[in-house]
Design a protein around this ligand. Structure first.
Ligand SMILES: NC(=O)c1ccc[n+]([C@@H]2O[C@H](COP(=O)([O-])OP(=O)(O)OC[C@H]3O[C@@H](n4cnc5c(N)ncnc54)[C@H](O)[C@@H]3O)[C@@H](O)[C@H]2O)c1
Ligand SMILES: O=c1ccn([C@@H]2O[C@H](COP(=O)(O)OP(=O)(O)O[C@H]3O[C@H](CO)[C@@H](O)[C@H](O)[C@H]3O)[C@@H](O)[C@H]2O)c(=O)[nH]1
Length: 340
């Protein structure tokens, strides 16, 4: 039986890779995205509904018209620094609008939900690697807004039988191994695409945010996880819920940290050129080291990352970014005809 999945935020970076992955695995897909950050050309036009997860009437219409088996929820705002300056924006979109979505699901008896959460729910780690048992102590409104949504999901399960799998990504990175999709945030704040822009000469240099941390080379250490491996984890989570599995939360990372300097060195090797950098001040709110313990999802759902090497992650990002700046349209290189 073909299952139909509503992908909220499916025109964004991770969501668009997920849409492609689901279509390749014979799911029917409907994308709901308000295009506040996403790109219409990242998904097939015949499955895209432009609108907000905060629009209860639109949601009622969608759930009435289509028989939806599960919802994957990528929609949200993602910039930690902005969340500190404009907390209301994050609590409204990441928390309140998530509530609108889950309430609509309950009205229409759609009971399986996969939620994009983040390592930011842990705050400053008390120890690394970080397992799911680590205390949840976010230090910024972005992480707090995601944690509030997680808490609501626990209560919705208890009161309404909404089964959810919460996936806490560490640093999502890389691009579609087929080269058709990639990361296109505006503004881009993530390290790997910015480093590659410096390699391409699109920016003069990359600024390293602090080299006086308590790490091997003084720069921050992060756990980079390939977007395609995130997609695999989502599909395993979906299959678990569709076969009657219970609500869970899982970390997604490779369990190995790389410093900012190591990322720049690896990108230099991948791109075959020196990458100019300068040392800048620390960025507020950056923990020194974030590394995931992802054994739980490996044990329980048999998640098995295919692209764990940093070289591969950066290699795929490089392939996409180079094409993007060569002027291949807006890099919506994927023109599938698959329809829901
Ligand atoms: N990128 C990362 O490293 C990372 C790490 C941890 C967690 N996450 C989470 O993963 C999810 C996806 O991240 P991303 O990097 O793909 O971000 P993104 O900005 O590329 O994608 C988010 C998408 O959601 C859409 N959107 C936002 N608000 C909406 C609304 N109210 N209604 C409908 N659509 C809406 C945007 O237009 C965009 O297409 C986010 O929830 C983010 O918090 C990302
Ligand atoms: O120009 C830059 C950009 C970043 N960094 C550093 O590079 C590392 C990675 O930064 P970035 O790519 O911005 O990711 P994070 O701030 O680690 O946040 C990502 O990873 C978190 C989980 O680990 C998620 O919660 C966030 O949503 C996601 O954006 C950090 O130490 C930054 O200080 C720089 O030195 N220079």
């Amino acid at each position: 039986m073909t299952r139909t999945i509503l992908v909220a935020g499916g025109a964004g970076y991770i969501g668009s890779h997920m849409v492609k992955h689901l279509l390749e695995h014979d799911y029917q897909v409907i994308v709901l995205d308000d295009l506040s950050k996403g790109h219409a050309d990242a998904v097939p036009s015949d499955i895209l509904i432009r609108g907000s997860i905060g629009d209860a009437r639109l949601l009622d219409q969608i759930f009435r018209q289509r028989s939806i088996d599960a919802v994957m929820h990528f929609a949200g705002f993602i910039e930690v620094g902005e969340s500190v300056r404009k907390p209301e924006k994050y609590y409204r979109n990441n928390f309140a609008n998530t509530l609108v979505l889950t309430e609509a699901m309950c009205r229409h008896e759609v009971s399986r939900f996969i939620f994009s959460s983040t390592a930011a729910v842990y705050g400053n780690p008390l120890q690394t690697p970080i397992s799911e048992a680590h205390p949840l102590q976010p230090i910024n409104p972005y992480g707090a807004s995601k944690l509030m949504a997680e808490q609501a999901l626990r209560d919705f399960d208890h009161a309404r039988g909404l089964k959810s799998i919460v996936l806490r990504y560490f640093n999502a990175a890389g691009a579609d191994p087929g080269g058709q999709l990639g990361e296109r945030h505006h503004p881009e704040t993530h390290l790997i695409p910015l480093v590659l822009d410096a390699a391409l000469g699109v920016r003069d240099a990359i600024t390293i945010y602090g080299d006086d941390y308590d790490t091997e080379d003084g720069t921050c250490v992060r756990d980079y996880v390939h977007v395609a491996d995130l997609c695999q984890a989502h599909r395993l989570a979906l299959d678990s819920l569709l076969s009657g599995g219970s609500s869970k939360a899982y970390n997604l990372g490779n369990g190995r940290g790389f410093s900012v300097r190591e990322v720049i060195d690896t990108a230099s090797r991948v791109a075959g050129r020196a990458i100019p950098f300068q040392i800048g001040a620390r960025r507020a709110g950056d923990p020194a080291r974030l590394v995931a313990d992802s054994r739980k999802i490996k044990q329980e759902l048999a998640w098995s990352p295919e692209y764990a090497s940093l070289e591969t992650i950066i290699g795929h990002a490089w392939t996409h970014r180079r094409e993007h700046f060569k002027g291949h349209g807006s890099s919506g290189l994927w023109k599938p005809s698959a329809a829901a």
